[in-house]
Design a protein around this ligand. Structure first.
Ligand SMILES: [Cu+2]
Length: 187
């Protein structure tokens, strides 16, 4: 009868090889936010809403609105402040008009500026500034906020807004890993 330890070692190595990568390279948890927790309209204070969340690179903003009544225009900071796009071109980075716009915040350490360009809406409060931290989701630290001239939204570094599944997923993987290590040590 052949001794089994070599086979066990191979099996253990294989299991660890398969289990370690997903544990080490967890997918980043990109959070998806419905802007204002409701429709993009004139009746929401978006500064207050943005203050409640800590945005990370990769997160997605969802603007929901009646497209004949509003739009979403990503603008420069100065246009955000003036609310004047000069006919839709001055300081305009990108215009969205579908009524259901999903916009990913791809750049870390960046502030994204959005307004509605329908007459009077921006001045009436339809404007959103979102400060994206440098830290990836769940990473907890890292980048410092950009030196913006205007104090914006002091982001709490917590991940409260993030979905909990990655943590659960990581815990499960860890549990299985511990089980396998125990199994391997037994031989
Ligand atoms: Cu509007």
């Amino acid at each position: 009868m052949l001794p089994s330890p070599p086979l066990q070692m191979v099996a253990c190595s294989l299991l660890l090889f398969l289990l370690l990568p997903p544990l080490l390279f967890r997918p980043a948890a990109a959070a998806e936010y419905t802007v204002g927790d409701g429709p993009w309209d004139s009746g929401t204070n978006y500064a207050v809403w943005a203050d409640k969340h800590a945005f990370a690179a990769g997160d997605i903003l969802v603007f929901q609105y009646v497209k004949s009544q509003h739009n979403v225009v990503q603008v420069t900071e100065s246009t955000y402040r003036s609310c004047d796009t000069g006919g839709g071109v001055a300081g305009v980075v990108k215009t969205y008009t579908t009524g259901f716009d999903k916009i990913q915040l791809t750049e870390p350490n960046t502030t994204y500026w959005f307004i509605c360009d329908f007459p009077g809406h921006c001045l009436g409060g339809m404007k959103l500034a979102v400060k994206v931290s440098g830290a990836g989701a769940g990473a907890g630290g890292g980048g410092s906020p950009p030196p913006s001239g205007v104090p914006l939204h002091p982001t709490s570094r917590g991940a409260a807004a993030r979905s909990g599944w990655p943590a659960v997923w990581g815990s499960l993987t860890l549990a299985v890993l511990v089980f396998v290590i125990n199994y391997c040590i037994a031989f």
